[in-house]
Design a protein around this ligand. Structure first.
Ligand code: BES
Ligand code: MN
Ligand code: MN
Length: 453
């Protein structure tokens, strides 16, 4: 195995770079053909890795890639999940090298999708290839790589419901999360959910002269800003009635357990170029970004934003708002609470419209399972250290659905770093992480097969 990985190192990287060159932006229909080309590329690499039945399943949106290798029906089955779609690369001008021309600098691969999730799911294909080519697979494996994770996985949900027989497995293995650092491996034991809405405030029936009408008519941009500002109180808590009603509070023990994860606040601030952090009173930065819910404006617009100054009182203002959810909040309930509250605080001079976008359930995975133990042992063997359990702040909505529909728990064996700039300009993935992941994954199979037998 070690020899195989060493001999094929350069080829593995070259293939990943080829994958990163295809701009598989799921949100933007201009990339539709590229998204399909990416799926075909992945399918062909699954075949080349020695998997059977590699194929595309068509959906109402982008195709799902699937392949499997059943070595022995008496052995347990691992279902690998990942996504080959990526976030839009905008703003392009902030990239130091073009997002779809992967470039290696300081031992890192710079490209959109380098970490999220092409670099990470591709490790699985190479790890499977290595197992097949050397000692053989110790478990059965099914691989499902989708093309719509970054837009909410709606069609995957339908696919999972329809194909529950095909997807039968004992554990789901996902590399689409982060570790604490390359010196401190960790395993995420939970993900936040998501509720995403777009709001629009409409005032006068047209843009107005801000001198002639200013002062006498509600300005939708002013109003929207005030409404948004009122959504947090002075303690950083979200001011929506009922918002915290179902939030699962952690016990002091659980909190002190999580607090053991090393965290360097100065380094955190330096990385982000900020002088101070902020958030909900009474919680640490790590807690604020994992076990506590949030409300954030993701984008806001309205009025004149072009060059120079145009004196105009805009007719409309809009914003996109995300709320990260924690157990036991549900996106439907939270979206409804938001809508009711946001509409109720609108002043008389404007009209407010709230449009829900995609959402997702929060997810937690138990740490006392055979699956978690196998993952923990795999890290220990490859990294020489036991991984620290952490709770993640991001969302992978399909994990909750896997549990609900298939009854299978997911293991979040990610190898990225929060500083990899996922969704940002200059996303990157460390070569160390790519190779270390390929080395760690086969250990999971080995320990899992042993623990299950
Ligand atoms: N891989 C991320 C989620 C993630 C990143 C989890 C880092 C933990 C650590 C995933 O691709 C993602 O971006 N998910 C979206 C959700 C979706 C519904 C668009 C997110 O979290 O914003
Ligand atoms: Mn991802
Ligand atoms: Mn993502």
């Amino acid at each position: 195995m070690t020899a195989f990985l060493e001999t094929n190192k350069q080829r593995f990287l070259d293939e990943l770079l080829e994958l990163l060159r295809i701009p598989s932006v799921s949100a933007d229909s201009r990339f539709k053909d590229d998204v399909r080309r990416t799926a075909e590329f992945v399918r062909d690499k699954l075949t080349a890795a020695g998997l059977d039945e590699a194929q595309l399943f068509e959906t109402a949106g982008h195709p799902i890639v699937y392949a499997e290798k059943i070595v022995d029906s008496a052995k347990p089955t691992v279902l690998v999940y990942g996504h080959y779609d990526v976030q839009p690369a905008d703003p392009y001008e902030l990239w130091h090298s073009p997002p779809f021309e992967p470039t290696i600098r300081n031992e890192r691969i710079y490209a959109r999708g380098a970490c999220d999730d092409k670099g990470q799911f591709y490790m699985h294909i190479k790890a499977i290839e290595a197992m097949v080519a050397t000692d053989g697979l110790p478990c059965n494996v099914k691989v499902m790589i989708e093309g719509e994770e970054e837009v909410g996985s709606d069609n995957l949900g339908t696919f999972v419901r329809e194909q529950s027989e095909l997807l039968k497995a004992d554990v789901i293995l996902i590399s689409d999360t982060s570790i604490i650092s390359n010196e401190t491996p960790s395993l995420e034991t939970g993900l936040r959910g998501l509720s995403y809405v777009e709001v629009q405030v409409t005032g006068p029936n047209r843009d107005l002269h801000s001198g002639v009408y200013g002062g006498g008519v509600a300005n939708p941009v002013n109003v929207l800003c005030e409404m948004i500002a009122s959504l947090h109180d002075e303690n950083g808590r979200i001011n929506i009635p009922g918002f915290y009603d179902k939030v699962a509070d952690l016990s002091d023990e659980e909190r002190s357990e999580l607090a053991k994860a090393p965290f360097d606040l100065e380094e955190y601030k330096r990385d982000l170029g900020i002088n101070d952090v902020m958030g909900e009173t009474g919680y640490s930065t790590n807690e604020r970004t994992s076990i506590r819910p949030t409300l954030d404006v993701n984008g806001i617009w309205g009025g004149y934003t072009g060059e120079g100054a145009k004196t105009v009182l805009p007719s409309k203002a809009s914003a996109k708002i995300s709320m990260r959810l924690v157990p036991n909040q549900t996106p439907n309930e939270i979206t409804e609470l938001f809508t009711r509250h946001f509409t109720s605080i609108a002043p008389a001079g404007v009209q407010v419209q709230v449009t829900p976008h995609h959402g997702g359930m929060p997810y937690v995975t138990p740490v006392d399972s055979v699956e978690f133990e196998a993952a923990s042992k795999a890290f220990e063997e490859a990294w020489g250290k036991k991984p620290i359990p952490t709770r993640g702040g991001g969302s992978i909505p399909i994990t909750a659905l896997f549990e609900e529909v298939l009854g299978i728990k997911s293991i979040l064996m990610g190898f990225g770093l929060d500083s990899d700039a996922l969704h940002s300009p200059n996303e990157s993935y460390g070569l160390f992480n790519f190779y270390k992941g390929i080395e760690t994954i086969p250990y999971f199979y080995k320990h899992y097969a042993a623990l299950k037998s």
